[in-house]
Design a protein around this ligand. Sequence first.
Ligand code: NAD
Length: 349
Amino acid sequence: MPLSLALIGAGAMGRQHHDVIQREPQARLCAIADPRESGRALAQQAGVPGFSDHREMLHSARPDAVIIANPNTLHVGTALDCLAAGVPALIEKPIGVSLDDVTPLVEATRDSRTPLLLGHHRRHNPLIAKARELLATGLLGEMTNVTALWQLHKPDDYFAAPWRRQPGNGLLHTNLIHDLDLLRYLCGEVVAVQAMTSDRLRGLPYADTATVLLRFANGARGTLSASDSASAPWSWELTSHENPAYPPQQDQPCYLLAGTQGALALPQLKHWRYDGQAHWHHPLQAQQETSPTGSALARQLRHFIKVAQAKEAPLVAVEDAARTLALIDTIERAAASERSQAPVIPWEG
Ligand SMILES: NC(=O)c1ccc[n+]([C@@H]2O[C@H](COP(=O)([O-])OP(=O)(O)OC[C@H]3O[C@@H](n4cnc5c(N)ncnc54)[C@H](O)[C@@H]3O)[C@@H](O)[C@H]2O)c1
């Protein structure tokens, strides 16, 4: 029996989820909640009831589970409504816009048996599973440096939706949250941050450009260099082939991980080691892994179905996603002070 799934938020991302649900035999779309006319039109086209209010939808359509893809500032309140109704939810990233915002949700999940999964879908990409496998073999030796790049040019009309121009919806919360989550997943926890940000290009109340220095618990040092106003090929979107809306730049990397024994470039899965003793005058041998294929969103949905059926624990639970969000808080504090700051997790005292 397929899981009956409702969609909350039927904009650009909601429509991607809609398409993935349509292709998944273990799921069946049962309702859409979105206050805009275009949401009701999508519901009509899909032959399911449309609602302007998700609470009314939860009450009337009684879905087995929901996918929340409304604006960032609404994620926490919507997720709390789903917990109150006992309906498992896949919540789009970011989990919220600040740690203060998400603390009530972190606390509510502790007392709840209703599972929540965060939509850090890149963790479900088979490329990332392969990268983790390679790292687990000790390919790098001791990790020394991490370089992450997210340099893209968003078109001006991307900012037409009023919510995208509000604080909590810019480069850091909407985009770098993905990169920071993957860096945590691949390289471990970040224990200190320094940052410089700039809002000079877009004139919006958040950074459009950022350079972040990271110290990982394993001792590695990292940089994340990002802009949503750069005409450059270095981003997960342009290099990973995950979403056909982005014309690919397949030979360009977006993450470079280096260690005492070797190095790894992603998403190419190309790695380097010395044959014998590491020495700058010896030839560094390159090896190219075959890239595994498979849709991250489809795999995430299959995982979510199992999470909703209590057959699997969420790969990205609320507290885990809140730790990634803690890095955004930390970057903002570090940028304001231009000094390094340690993450402060309020619910851990
Ligand atoms: N995982 C990813 O790669 C990815 C990519 C893009 C966006 N996102 C996330 O998805 C979310 C939506 O982004 P988007 O690009 O689709 O934005 P969007 O503006 O295209 O869509 C947002 C939709 O939410 C609707 N909405 C507003 N208030 C609502 C409410 N109270 N209840 C239900 N729906 C409501 C809007 O009418 C709109 O249709 C954001 O949190 C964003 O960060 C994730």
